[in-house]
Design a binder for this molecule. Structure first.
Ligand code: DX5
Ligand code: ZN
Length: 217
């Protein structure tokens, strides 16, 4: 399965959104974190910023919705131009209906699991999703340390996906850096979100390439 690097713009210089997106033109996706101060104790931005990011991004937009009541909001994010929309298992009321709606609108559907959320409830419905996001920090903030104890869940998920012959991506998000990406790749993740590790680097594009190399080796 191809290795994909998805820098998170959460801690980028958002006043220069177009420029920050262009710094990562060699990435596979741009990850945009939406927070509502209900599902997570932080507040970021919404649909207008997705529209702006879509307009200026050289790469597809991966919207990660850390919001309550995603059932209400997800279609609007697809309309705004998100190429992939991920909503949280802990927040969604009707995950299958919502994923089908996203796919019917032509985008990829992702389901996100907090570090303590188990995969058992999703095993039989994995084919409804294009991606499972295994959070490797508690959602809400960039710059937190990677929670390595999530790796057995990633490994079990990869085994199940392979056994079922599915193409489902496994994304990891939180604390992914040159020091941690190899263990996530080893466990079976193929899509890596990295915020600080990319945007704090002097040369963001080079950081993307380095992460890709480390995930492949
Ligand atoms: C955390 C967000 C992440 C965050 C990652 O809630 O979902 O996407 O931006 O940032 P780093 O890579 O700094 O942990
Ligand atoms: Zn995220």
């Amino acid at each position: 399965m191809s290795i994909l690097i998805s820098p998170s713009i959460l801690n980028s210089d958002i006043g220069n959104l177009a420029g920050e997106l262009n710094r990562i033109s060699n990435a596979d996706w741009a990850h945009v974190d939406v927070m509502d101060n209900h599902f997570v104790p932080n507040l970021t931005w919404g649909i207008p910023v997705i529209e702006a990011a879509k307009k200026y991004s050289p790469v597809p937009i991966d919207a990660h919705l850390m919001i309550a009541n995603p059932d209400r909001w997800v279609p609007g994010f697809v309309e705004a131009g998100a190429d992939s929309v991920t909503f949280h298992a802990e927040a969604v009321a009707a995950p299958i209906r919502l994923a089908r709606e996203v796919r019917a609108m032509g985008a990829r559907a992702g389901i996100a699991l907090n570090p303590a959320t188990q995969i058992d409830d999703y095993i039989d419905i994995l084919d409804e999703f294009d991606m499972v996001l295994c959070m490797t920090v508690e959602p809400g903030f960039g710059g937190q340390p990677f929670i390595a104890s999530v790796m057995p869940k990633v490994a079990r998920l990869r085994e199940l996906i392979n056994k079922k012959g599915l193409e489902t991506w496994i994304q990891v998000d939180g604390g992914v850096s040159a020091d941690t990406i190899a263990q996530a790749a080893e466990a079976g993740a193929n899509n890596f979100v990295a915020g600080s590790a990319v945007y704090k680097a002097e040369d963001a594009a080079n950081a993307v390439d380095t992460l890709r190399e480390l995930a492949r080796s």
